[in-house]
Ligand binder design. Structure first.
Ligand code: C5P
Length: 401
């Protein structure tokens, strides 16, 4: 993964139990290609030691303004200049308050004042502290100065309460930082994406489904939003968090997906059909559980509507209609046939029989066909592959604008 390649991230860790998660965050940031240096407040050192962060980052950890040896090695002004982004995770109520008021009474707050690097805060605190008017006013001040705030999430808190105040998980933070570094290639564009499987109910307990995890469609939604698009995501039954800034419509069956897609269609610039829509659905859904009887059971299935083909021939057709083709053999032939038959502008084909890519996996690789030719997107994490596909889409939109 190299979503943060070339970034020099100064990670400020302030006091809070979520400081332990910051240790994992160092690793995740490095995995994404960033160089990381850590500065801790005094409060943070009550929860995790500087040695932990030193071992993980591979660099000395800044803990105080008054360490002559550390200042001689890489002083606070040098660190302030070195950083291409400052991320404070966890950002405590106290750290947020001091930054909002320009107080420079420790190493981290001093560096923040002395740096031109963009500031990202990842708050973590008790829900009452987060909701307090003082904290909210401080956050508003920092936002008005251009800082970014990621989270906090909702849920169980270390203090035993439930509410908003949890620090986002390290991988969510990395994804959000990657999004912040994307060029706004789709600013002002509207993108409609379908994702995930559909479940076609046989009776109240059984359904016909497929192995689509929805990860590719969700990665596309996240990447498109990160590139500045207004994104509507029509999602089949999946177990995935909604990407930041994306409007999500949950559906279950192909018929519901069709209805949701067609309703959202007017005004869209792009439609990407990344869902694995069932081709056949039971002719009827029985109101009661089918009872066991006999050695065989015949199911009558009927064809579902082809949403993608319908979108491509619709009066409200978006400028670009993009399909996916999951194939196990003869990828080129089948993909190009689908491109023509369904009236698409682009089709992204992947080999679902290949190890480690496609269905249920974290990685993908795509061959993208248009009426003009083929381009390949090399194997990588789905988020990266999604970014590459959207860059192609943005280029085509730009060319036809
Ligand atoms: O024909 P096939 O199912 O292989 O085509 C896959 C493409 O068509 C995907 O983009 C998928 O989202 C879309 N599709 C659809 N409605 C269906 C079946 C497939 O939109 N009923």
């Amino acid at each position: 993964m190299s979503e943060l390649a070339g970034q020099r991230i100064l990670l400020g860790v302030s006091g809070g139990i979520a400081a332990y998660k910051a240790a994992d965050l160092v690793r995740r940031l490095q995995d994404a290609g960033a160089e990381v240096r850590v500065v801790m407040t005094e409060g943070a050192q009550q929860f995790v030691t500087a040695t932990t962060f030193q071992a993980l980052s591979g660099y000395p950890v800044g803990t105080t303004l008054w360490d002559a040896a550390a200042e001689a090695a890489m002083g606070h002004i040098e660190l302030a200049r070195w950083a291409s982004r400052i991320v404070i995770a966890p950002a405590s109520a106290d750290a947020i308050a001091r930054l909002a008021h320009g107080i420079a009474n420790d190493l981290l707050s001093t560096i923040c004042l002395a740096s031109e690097a963009p500031l990202t805060l990842v708050p973590a605190m008790n829900r009452m502290m987060w909701a307090h008017a003082a904290t909210q006013a401080n956050v508003a001040t920092l936002l008005s100065r251009g800082a970014t705030v990621l989270g906090p999430g909702e849920g169980d808190q270390a203090c035993g309460e439930i509410g908003a105040g949890r620090m986002l998980e390290p991988l969510q933070i990395v994804a959000a930082l990657a999004a912040l570094s994307q060029p706004p290639l789709l600013a002002g564009r509207r993108v409609l994406i379908s994702a995930g499987p559909t479940f076609e109910d046989l009776d109240p307990v059984r359904f016909l489904g497929n192995r689509s995890s929805g990860k590719m469609g969700f990665a596309l939604a996240a990447a498109a939003a990160a590139m500045g698009a207004k994104v509507v995501l029509v999602a089949g039954p999946v177990n995935l968090a909604t990407p930041a800034g994306v409007e999500r419509i949950d559906v279950r069956r192909a018929a519901q997906m069709r209805a949701a897609v067609l309703q959202a269609l007017p005004g869209q610039d792009v439609y990407i059909g990344a869902a694995a829509v069932a081709d056949y659905a039971p002719s009827e859904t029985l109101p009661q559980k089918i009872k066991k009887s006999g050695e065989t059971l015949d199911l009558k299935l009927v064809r579902t509507p082809d949403i993608l083909a319908e979108v491509a021939s619709h009066a409200a057709r978006p400028r670009l209609v993009v399909g996916f083709a999951a194939e196990t053999n003869d990828i080129d032939t089948y993909a190009q046939d689908k491109l023509r038959r369904k009236g698409l502008d682009l089709i992204a084909a992947n080999d679902v029989s290949a190890q480690g890519i496609g269905f249920e996996s974290e990685d993908n690789a795509l061959a993208v066909f248009s009426h003009e030719g083929r381009s390949d997107i090399a194997r990588g994490p789905k988020r990266q592959v999604a970014g590459a596909l959207l860059a192609l889409i943005a280029a085509r939109l730009g060319a036809s604008a």
